[in-house]
Design a protein around this ligand. Structure first.
Ligand code: NAD
Ligand code: MG
Length: 389
């Protein structure tokens, strides 16, 4: 990469699991990368610490109740301080920004991602909900504004890496899944699992929302949708394979039967670093695969009966339109409710399924339709939850 100008990176959601690992990558390659923008939702103390260390040009706290505290804490530094969701969109468009890492959670990632695309900023995409909700619209905008998306999600990065140098058609995508902490649980056991159990993911240390989504396998359903839009393949060509060791991060099968996969120790810094440096690879001191200590690699079929959220995600993809947006919104409601002890584990899929039936279906949604659908489906899901608990 050229020495002259450091790549200026805006991290939306810098205090989270992906955001802090992205800052590790930037710190390790401070000759190449600079954190231009840092943002958080509520974790103001962490944001202050990060800002004092990395001295970005701007910080945003989405929850504006923290604005004055943040501004005062950074008053001695040349850092612009903003608050509120609109400010997230503005900083993502900033003139000096070379790349936007979308590392915030949920539907809230959609607006700033679209703003960044319209300002022609390359996207390092961690916020998969954006593609789940509005993959078609985002793709159309990327096409219109000629903006690349580099995936950060480990499976999609593996697929992306398997496709490097290939121009031949994809026969099939093999999307691996750890199966989460309840992979071997019976339906009776699943009925009683607690948030504490669900938060204990066997292979990855991630934010709470995605960890719960991994336990229900909604995360894998979302990743099928994400893969469809990122790689232009139909859902029948995406095969979910449960691989509990998370060593094979995903694979692509081509028309001659050849399969290319990307393997490694589970470490999100690898795909984050590649997204920042693409098309180059940089060195790292991350842990290497040890072939003599390797666990036995096993592969099994997912069970959509026990993990109904996976089946619902596929169904939403078949319906198309705003249905994945409805599923995402309902899922955000039940995910939070489960974490707070207001919803049982198996009830999450029930509420999502009922919301899919009740929310208004729109075949060809606009951006405004997605925003309205999100609000509507959240209200419906919350309503179902209060009447069935
Ligand atoms: P996290 O909860 O650890 O962090 C989320 C970050 O976003 C925090 O900085 C938080 O302050 C900010 N944020 C949350 N809600 C916001 C809102 N409404 N407005 C503005 N900012 C908000 O989450 P995470 O695990 O880092 O995941 C981030 C995204 O990356 C998610 O979409 C997730 O699906 C995806 N992802 C994460 C991992 C992982 O290993 N953690 C892997 C693959 C994909
Ligand atoms: Mg993933």
């Amino acid at each position: 990469m050229q020495e002259t100008k450091k790549r200026q990176i805006a991290i939306l959601g810098s205090t989270g699991s992906i955001g802090t690992q992205a800052l590790d990558v930037i710190a390790a390659h401070s000759d190449l990368f600079e954190a231009r923008v840092l943002t958080a939702n509520n974790r103001v103390e962490e944001l202050i610490q990060q800002a004092r260390r990395f001295v970005p040009a701007a910080v945003v706290i989405a929850n504006d109740a923290h604005y004055e505290y943040l501004r005062d804490a950074l008053a001695d530094l040349p850092i612009q301080v903003y608050a509120g969701p609109d400010a997230l969109c503005e900083v993502a468009q900033g003139g000096e920004v070379d790349m936007v890492l979308t590392a915030m959670v949920g539907f809230a990632g959609l607006a700033p991602t679209i703003a960044a695309i319209k300002a022609r900023k390359p996207i390092a995409l961690a916020n998969k909900e954006t593609m789940v909700v509005a993959g078609e619209l985002v793709n159309a905008l990327c096409h219109e504004y000629q903006v690349p998306i580099v995936p950060v999600d480990s499976e999609h990065s593996a697929i992306f890496q398997s496709l490097m140098g290939e121009s031949s058609p994809i026969e099939k995508i093999i999307l691996t899944a750890s199966g989460g902490p309840f992979r071997t649980f019976t339906p009776a056991q699943l009925a009683d699992v607690t948030p504490q159990q669900a938060l204990h993911h066997p292979n990855w240390d991630m934010g709470a929302k995605i960890t719960i989504d991994s336990a229900t396998m909604m995360n894998k359903g979302f990743e099928v949708i994400e893969a469809k839009w990122l790689f232009g393949v139909s859902p029948e060509k995406i095969q979910v394979v449960v691989h509990p060791q998370s060593v094979v991060h995903s694979a692509v099968q081509f028309e001659d039967g050849a399969v290319k996969a990307q393997l490694g120790v589970p470490d999100m810094r690898v795909p984050i670093q590649l997204a920042f440096s693409f098309p180059t690879r940089l060195s790292s001191n991350f842990e290497r695969l040890d072939w003599w200590q390797m666990p036995h690699l096993t592969f099994e079929a997912p069970d959509p009966d026990r993990f109904r959220c996976l089946a619902l995600a596929y169904e939403s993809l078949r319906c198309g339109g705003n249905m994945p947006c409805i599923v995402n919104a309902a899922n955000e409601i039940v995910n939070r409710a489960f974490l707070e002890g207001r919803c049982r584990f198996l009830q999450m899929a029930e509420v999502i399924g009922q919301t899919m039936e009740k929310a208004q279906f729109i075949k060809e949604p606009t951006y405004e339709d997605y925003v309205a659908t999100d609000a509507d489906a959240r209200r419906i899901a919350a309503d179902i939850l209060t009447h069935t608990s």
